[in-house]
Design a protein around this ligand. Structure first.
Ligand code: IPD
Ligand code: CA
Ligand code: CA
Length: 264
């Protein structure tokens, strides 16, 4: 991992705690655990909460002055330019159903810009990491987006928001338009892993609506450091608090973007 620069230690620490958290998830997978509901289809398990606590304490122990934003209740409060953005378990519905697409996602931002991103596939024990300006990697080597040049030769992924039963902003119009134009569509159930798979060239593009900062903070850095492109549907720069995201190889992204609308 050459060229990791000033963020090398931060990246190593993020990868290390994500792999420990992933091991806990892997151990718990298919076992017994308590499940609660945050919404009609939005679940939370005792494992999400336990893993968040582990990650929170690990980061606080090592970086006591950094702010930490994490899905299951930790809000960024410290007055600092440094922010950790953590999803302890991305793919909770998959986890609850025993479907093996579940990841830990952790990113570090400096002055609003992601400088380190780690996504760890918990079940397959595969870590993906990126450092701004230093590339994206897994344990086999450097990641590059695929060389797909057109939508029709592409495998793409998306997802649907938890409020799809109540809201018309449900991504279904986009799904219908894109489905007619691609080789295949997947709904993996972990946005962080979808983005990691774009970075690794296993998917050619990804789009979704109404994601949260912890879903995208690490994965978007993986994609850009692997030579891909990320933006909002209208082509403007994507920030982790935005509601629409499209990512892909440069050519596939250009063809996909005009098909996408926020209102369906
Ligand atoms: C969810 C997953 C899913 C996406 C949802 C996310 P969670 O995260 O990333 O793929 O479609 O919108 O909320 O709730 O499993 O951490
Ligand atoms: Ca998530
Ligand atoms: Ca989660």
């Amino acid at each position: 991992m050459a060229g990791r620069g000033p963020y090398a230690e931060l990246s190593e620490f993020a990868s290390w705690i994500a792999s420990k958290a992933a091991a806990d998830i892997r151990e718990a997978f298919l076992g017994e655990f308590e499940i609660d509901t945050k919404g009609r289809t939005n679940l939370v398990t005792e494992v999400d909460e336990r893993v968040e606590e582990y990650l929170f304490e690990a980061v606080r122990g090592e970086f006591p002055d950094y702010s930490i934003l994490a899905e299951e209740g930790h809000e960024a409060t410290a007055d600092t330019d440094w922010l950790w953005v953590i999803d302890p378990l991305d793919g909770t519905n998959n986890f609850a159903h025993g479907y093996p697409m579940v990841a830990v996602s952790a990113a570090v931002q400096y002055k609003g810009k992601t400088v380190v991103g780690v996504v760890h596939d918990a079940i397959h024990d595969e870590g993906f990491n990126a450092v701004v300006g230093g590339g994206a990697w897994n344990d086999k080597g450097r990641l590059r987006v695929s060389d797909a040049k057109s939508l029709i030769e592409s495998l793409v992924a998306t997802g649907f928001p938890y409020d799809k039963h109540e809201s018309d902003v449900d991504n279904l119009g986009n799904l219908c338009r894109v489905a007619k134009r691609v080789r295949g569509i997947r709904r993996g159930g972990s946005a962080a892993l979808d983005l990691a798979y774009v970075a690794a060239g296993r998917l050619d593009a990804f789009w979704e609506l109404k994601l949260s900062p912890w879903d995208t903070a690490a994965g978007t850095l993986l994609v850009t450091e692997a030579g891909g492109v990320v933006s909002r549907f209208d082509g403007s720069p994507f920030g982790i608090y935005d509601m629409d995201i499209v990512a892909g190889t440069p050519a596939v992204y250009e063809e996909l973007k005009p098909l996408l609308r926020i209102d369906g």
